[in-house]
Design a protein around this ligand. Structure first.
Ligand code: FEO
Ligand code: CA
Ligand code: CA
Ligand code: CA
Length: 644
């Protein structure tokens, strides 16, 4: 853990807040504050980056006593902390419809309830007297995928249109309004949904959305339903996320290929994206022909994008931004270059896939709301090459450059973006060990990325230094001259995951502190603590690879010293993913995804509680029923900064 070498809207539609008309500056400030980072948002997005030494000098306190690894069917946090379940699968966004523990809710009811398999999320604070609130705001939550065995009372038996519809309605994003209520004397403060809320909204795999950027209107995006190629129904496989400086939410389409029934003999492009016969067994194509590639060859081209949602405008149409490339997007970490251009770091989460960077053509100007909708529409896309000796370069994925032209199979920029992976193959990018979340240090600007694992790797390289990488690592880089728009960078490996005390050399890592494997979620709080969430799959755990780490967990790292402490352990069979906080740092939102998941990810509805009964197994008020993904809130009992 050595030090790195030097290195869509133009107004403020606010449906319920009855306030006097705002000046442009007030509007701008409001939207900035509503990114949720509060006052920290301003330096994060607008000040020049400081040096690594400066970051080390303002090391945040990490004040909790680390907890032990756990195999219990409960969520554990350190002494002095409390947890509540806020938003579990099936929770209604309004007063009704109530969740049915036997999964008996209909498809139309599911469209009014929390989806399944919560992943990335973000808290957008309301403003109170011009300041970002830490007691009321909007929470955007991704619902990445479904376990059909849990979603329907009898699982996949008698697969039908109604089951397809319910599955589609359990995907996408929830926008909910939440508030912290102080109870009667002696009662702990408690978060709850605001019901009704004019902002509450479900976006599903059927919600209409717009396509923009260079590929919009391309012949390869046109379908029977959309002969113009610029309107698509729905978003799916919504994994991690991002937040723009203008206060909108980015949700990222990851394993979209799973939903399509591909051809027996796929085209090279379909093969490169894993669109194969039978997909991952979703069977949507049996009742919705757009997911059958033989019937609608271009529909799959309309997924695999980054989607922008304005949480403050419940009538707003989400936008798929083709300029950011098409691949299996994990997340979209947004920061600003020195000159104000918008920079988005993105990983493609499959073995041997790439790390990307988007740089907008125009700068973000906090004083000019007009034109913001174009910042993710027009810009340049790059892919990373990690070279030996800790240096790296960003390679342009631009038609006419680096051999990307008609001669290499790309007629124009639209074709290149739709087949981003193949363009990246041609320019010689570095094949990574499954890039997951990316986090930017709030003071130094150093960028950290979790590479979760890759057991398929037989040949190590500098940036992916272990063959048969069962535990993953966290890589970090510093852009040249501290400018996020730079075309070169310096990098090193921050953490090689594994257990340093393990007798088997292949299972050792270089962690200082509590051991873990398969890092996934990664987030810096405004004080600079690095929060690490793990996602060791059931298959890995079953093989015994992660036996010393217990259930999936969340840890906190001091990136200056390299010390890592375990903060949270999840219930059986879950993944811990999705993290954000209120601006005051006193309320931490975390997602528990797929408790009780079995290897393969498909439960047997006749034995759904065999692996986990969470959250009912831990929280008496959530009686019975099936295991449910859920958003939890963690607070210190003394009301202090979480982690501090
Ligand atoms: Fe959806 Fe790569 O995690
Ligand atoms: Ca992930
Ligand atoms: Ca993962
Ligand atoms: Ca997952």
């Amino acid at each position: 853990m050595k030090d790195l070498p030097p290195a869509n809207d133009s107004d403020d539609r606010h449906p319920v807040q009855m306030v006097a008309p705002l000046t442009l500056q007030q509007v701008t400030r409001r939207r900035l504050l509503q990114t949720g980072l509060g006052s920290a948002a301003l330096p994060f997005f607008t000040l020049p980056l400081r040096s690594a030494l400066a970051a080390a000098a303002i090391r945040p306190a990490i004040g909790f006593k680390p907890i032990a690894a756990s195999r219990d069917d409960r969520l554990c946090v350190p002494e002095g902390y409390g947890v509540q379940v806020l938003f579990a699968w099936g929770e209604p966004l309004g007063a009704t419809p109530a969740f049915r523990g036997d999964a008996g809710n209909s498809a139309s009811e599911q469209a009014l309830q929390a989806g399944m398999h919560h992943d990335g999320m973000h808290f957008f604070p309301q403003l109170e007297e011009g300041k970002p609130s830490s007691t009321r705001g909007l929470l955007c939550v991704n619902h990445e995928y479904t376990d059909e065995g849990l979603l329907h009372p009898d699982g996949v038996a008698g697969w039908s249109y109604a089951k397809t519809l319910k599955s589609q309605n359990a995907h996408g994003v929830s926008v909910i309004e939440v508030e912290l209520r102080t109870g009667a004397s002696g009662e702990a403060p408690h978060w709850q949904l605001v019901r009704p809320s004019p902002y509450a909204r479900r976006i599903t795999a059927r919600t209409p959305m717009r396509i923009d950027g260079p590929a919009a209107g391309s012949a390869d995006l046109r379908t029977r339903d959309d002969w113009r190629g610029n309107i698509v129904f729905g978003t799916l496989a919504n994994c991690a996320m991002g937040v723009t400086p203008w206060g909108t939410y980015l949700t990222c389409e990851e394993h979209f290929s799973s939903y399509f029934n591909g051809l027996d003999q796929p085209t090279p492009a379909q093969k490169r994206y894993g669109i194969r016969s039978k997909g991952a067994g979703y069977r949507w194509h049996e009742h919705d022909s757009r997911f059958d590639v033989a019937s609608e060859p271009n529909e799959a081209n309309r997924f695999g994008w980054v989607v922008e949602i304005d949480p403050w405008n419940p009538a707003g149409v989400p936008v798929k931004h083709t300029a950011l490339g098409r691949f299996k997007h994990e997340g979209a970490m947004v920061t600003l270059a020195r000159d104000g251009r918008v920079v988005v770091y993105m990983g493609d989460d499959e073995p041997f896939e790439y790390l990307y960077k988007y740089v907008s053509r125009d700068p973000f100007d906090a004083g000019k709301p007009a034109g913001r909708e174009r910042l993710l529409e027009m810009g340049s896309l790059y892919v990373a090459r990690f070279e030996a000796a800790g240096r790296g370069r960003w390679l342009a994925l631009q038609h006419g450059q680096n051999g990307l032209d008609a001669g290499s199979g790309f007629a124009d920029q639209a074709a290149l973006l739709i087949r981003t992976r193949q363009a990246a193959d041609l320019v010689g990018a570095t094949r990574m060990d499954r890039p997951e979340w990316i986090a930017v240090h709030p003071q130094s600007g150093e960028v950290y990325c979790s590479l979760t694992n890759n057991r398929q790797r037989s040949v190590a390289d500098a940036a992916n230094p272990r063959a048969d990488n069962a535990f993953g690592h966290i890589i970090r880089w510093r852009e040249a001259a501290g400018d996020a728009a730079a075309d070169s960078f310096a990098w090193d490996v921050f953490a090689l995951c594994g257990d340093p005390r393990h007798a088997d050399a292949a299972r050792r890592g270089n962690i200082r502190g509590d051991a873990f494997g398969s890092p996934d979620g990664l987030w810096f709080d405004p004080d600079g603590r690095l929060w690490i969430q793990t996602d060791a799959s059931g298959n890995l755990i079953e093989r015994g690879d992660h036996e010393r780490f217990g259930n999936n967990q969340m840890l906190v790292a001091d990136v200056a010293s390299g010390e890592i402490r375990r903060f949270l352990t999840g219930p059986k069979g879950c993944e811990i993913t999705g993290i954000c906080a209120t601006p005051d740092g006193r309320n931490l939102f975390v997602n528990v995804q797929h408790p009780g998941e079995v290897p393969g990810g498909r439960s047997d509805p006749n034995r759904p509680l065999a692996a986990s009964g969470w959250p009912a197994s831990q929280f008496a008020e959530l009686t019975g029923g099936r295991p449910r993904s859920a958003t939890v809130v963690i607070r210190r009992l003394d009301g202090g900064i979480v982690g501090g």
